[in-house]
Write a protein that binds this ligand. Structure first.
Ligand code: ADP
Ligand code: ZN
Length: 730
């Protein structure tokens, strides 16, 4: 027998399939991790296929040394996915394996947690008198175990002394047994399940999904329309049929509530997968899914690779969220992977959002997706009215602060009424840059070509790309001048100014700086939930699906921030962000209100936001995309070339560009645009960045393969990544 193997080595030139002989004494199926002779080393690899013969001569083949685990790690469906992702995203197979298997599983270093327990040996009841009367610890230990039943051995030793307990074990008064203990990230956060009757809209949605299982459903439902309940009902039906489910949320730490709700309803059948877990937790949660002990995987985008079989439903909540596109290596698009797995399992894929991606909505119009619309909030609460405030007018009338008089007035009312407000600003830190007034020098990171952000709390300059921290400058390193000025405002400064207006009010801040530890996010949310009045200030992470019934006011401090990013999705993202943030207001019994501050009050996107008019926004946007031939009517392809050596990156960029130019000559009608350039961020983490941008037609199905063939996977010195319709081009 011959095995086709992917070796676990990251070198691009080795990203091939190797043939190995399976010795007769090894029992093996596809998916096993194995140890292999490789050159003069031993390395690990994964069996992806078994066959009777090799095209290579048998003398040239080496035998597999041994099988490394007691079960195959990669499911057959996921092996198909490896081929698919290589083809679709130009990824190396070993990169896909690293997605499919978390490092804790691959390394073989993390082990199951086995604990020892003791139980009193009833057969020895008659012998108790033989314990010496002065062996008080032994007597106490026995009594403890008799009263409490199965007892943790380590605990017993610490309580009554190791020697006493060991003596009891030796004399067989206590019997030791072992048990595997799951390290669960979900302990101590139980809430009780609420049993609700579905609204007609919800019931209808559930029925449509259950009656059309081989489909992709776009669940377009306004904020607060009860989409989570729909997901849970569908999953519940699938569990009844002994099937499993995958539930994706944008960033799991941002949605502790969804996890809690699922946990309350489905108990231990839920396993979570995300980057915030400890190694042991990740290992145990993954294995619970792999063993079938847990059948619902909840997590951020990587949970799409959950080791589940017989999947009955895949759900992508907040499907428009940019986190579903991986923008670091390996780069892939979660929707595409989800569609592959849904098809392989013949199960429905549900994409839920109040502001679907333009591309998704388009596919629901062409009939590729099935559109399900929820028009009403569950409690029929109206959407909160949005007031647009013209900040240029405020400025002219002498108000140079961050807050319009209207916002302050409304905040005051909210606080006086004992209610809650959310303020949104998409920029963290205190101030976005530090600049010399004299010579224009801007403090920037030594490893990245970006300006540093001032953080007042720890009086440091921080790089938001690599996290490096620098001492604050007291004078300009270029000209020596001491007049340094701070640039645009960030969340930290917003909070400081706010405290001056409302010194007695609870003000909380939530952004990447305040959620650095594992639980801090949940802590801030819980604290906000129970304080009234209170104000929560934050970046876009506060827009993601939260349900705070007491919030009656939402303030958007600088709506324009995302509008002028120079990519074709800027308007789409602005519309989504505003609608999502606004959707946090008025979810409870009291009517909510939104204040939107902008320097461009006439921009059409704001007027469409005013009425929560997604379809009008969509129609306008899709027309624009069609006339300008932008996605979904074309593809934008970016090839990103990075290296620590600038020349190597530049040379390879040049070489690839020439190849692509040749391709363009042969397929003239397929290309709208092809250009090579430095990336806008020319250096990140000491790696120089170049890029080749293309806009190509969709029609030629083979074009992407040809592009991938031109581009390759780079070499030892230079990395090459391809992105299709990337979220940003920086
Ligand atoms: P969405 O995700 O669509 O914004 P959620 O799923 O967060 O909405 O639901 C909003 C609120 O409505 C939640 O507090 C949820 O518990 C509640 N809810 C959902 N369905 C019902 C129902 N049928 N009856 C009563 N309350 C419901
Ligand atoms: Zn940096």
């Amino acid at each position: 027998m011959i095995a086709e193997v992917i070796v676990d080595v990251l070198t691009s030139s080795l990203d091939k399939i190797f043939d190995y002989i399976v010795p007769d004494n090894l029992t093996l199926t596809v998916g096993y991790r194995v140890l292999l002779p490789f050159g003069n080393r031993q390395i690990e690899g994964y069996v992806i296929k078994l066959k009777n013969s090799s095209s290579l001569k048998t003398e040239k083949l080496k035998p597999i040394i041994k099988v490394l685990d007691n079960k195959p790690l990669i499911l057959p469906e996921l092996i198909d996915l490896i081929y698919f992702m290589k083809q679709t995203f130009n990824l190396r197979m070993v990169d896909v394996i690293r997605l499919v298997l978390p490092s804790q599983i691959r390394s073989g270093k993390v082990k199951e947690q086995i604990k020892e327990f003791v139980l009193f040996n009833e057969n020895m009841s008659g012998e108790l008198a033989n314990i010496k009367a002065n062996a008080q610890n032994q007597i106490n230990a026995i009594n403890y175990v008799k009263n409490n039943g199965l007892t943790n051995l380590a605990f017993l030793r610490s309580k009554f002394g190791a020697s006493s307990v060991n003596a009891l074990i030796k004399k067989q008064f206590l019997i030791v047994s072992t048990k595997q203990i799951n390290r669960s990230p979900l302990n101590n956060q139980e809430i009780s399940d609420i049993n609700v009757t579905l609204t007609n809209e919800q019931q209808n949605a559930v029925n449509i999904v259950l009656n059309n299982q081989n489909k992709v459903h776009l669940l377009y439902g306004v904020t607060g329309s009860g989409k989570t309940e729909i997901y849970m009902r569908v999953i519940s039906e699938m569990l009844n049929k002994k099937k499993s489910a995958i539930m994706l949320v944008p960033e799991i730490s941002l949605t502790p509530k969804t996890v809690k709700q699922f946990r309350a309803r489905f108990g231990n059948l839920v396993a979570v997968l995300h980057s915030g877990l400890s190694a042991g937790e990740k290992f145990d949660e993954w294995n619970r899914l792999r063993n079938g002990e847990a059948t619902i995987a909840i997590g951020a985008r990587s949970a799409i690779f959950a080791p589940l079989t017989n999947i009955g439903a895949i759900i992508i909540d907040e499907e428009h969220d940019s986190s579903y596109k991986s923008d670091s290596n390996p780069r892939y698009d979660t929707h595409t992977v989800a569609k592959f797995r849904a098809k392989a399992n013949a199960c429905p894929l549900i994409l839920g959002s109040a502001t679907p991606m333009v591309e998704s909505y388009y596919l629901s119009q062409t009939g590729e997706y099935n559109l399900i619309t929820l028009k009403n909030r569950v409690n029929n609460a109206p959407m909160p009215p949005i007031n647009i405030v013209d900040m240029t007018r405020e400025f002219r009338s002498g108000n140079t602060s961050l807050y319009s008089s209207e916002l302050i007035e409304n905040l005051t009312n909210t606080i006086n009424a004992g209610e809650q407000a959310i303020l949104f600003l998409n920029r963290r830190g205190f101030s976005s840059f530090l600049m010399c007034k004299e010579c224009g020098y801007v403090a920037s990171c030594s490893d990245c070509d970006v300006s540093l952000v001032y953080h007042k709390e720890d009086n440091m300059l921080k790089c938001h790309y690599c996290g490096k921290r620098f001492k604050v400058l007291t004078k300009c390193p270029m000209c020596g001048n001491q007049h340094l000025k701070l640039g645009n405002t960030g969340t930290e400064k917003v909070v400081q100014e706010l405290k001056e207006y409302f010194p007695k009010t609870k003000i909380l801040r939530m952004d990447n700086d305040t959620i650095s530890t594992k639980d801090s996010y949940a802590k801030i949310l819980t604290e906000f939930e129970k304080s009234k009045p209170a104000i929560l200030v934050g970046t876009q992470m506060i827009a993601k699906g939260h349900d705070f019934p007491l919030v009656t006011l939402v303030g958007i401090l600088d709506a324009d921030l995302s509008l002028f990013f120079c990519d074709f999705m800027a308007t789409e993202k602005t519309f989504q962000l505003i609608t999502q943030v606004a959707g946090r207001a008025g979810r409870g019994e009291k009517q909510g209100k939104v204040i939107l501050q902008t320097f461009f009050p006439k921009h059409y996107v704001y007027n469409l936001c005013l009425n929560y008019d997604y379809t009008r926004f969509y129609n306008k946007e899709i027309n624009l995309r069609e006339t300008t031939a932008f996605p979904p009517f074309s593809k934008i392809v970016r090839v990103l070339i990075t290296s620590e050596t600038e020349n190597s990156a530049r040379d390879l960029t040049h070489e690839l560009f020439l190849k692509l130019k040749n391709l363009k000559l042969k397929n003239k009608s397929d290309f709208y645009f092809l250009e090579a350039m430095r990336s806008p961020l020319t250096k990140i983490k000491n790696k120089f960045r170049f890029q080749i941008l293309m806009r190509v037609k969709n029609e030629n199905e083979n074009l992407m393969q040809s592009i991938f063939e031109c581009v390759g996977n780079g070499n030892q010195k230079v990395s090459v990544f391809v992105e299709i319709n990337p979220q940003n081009l920086s």
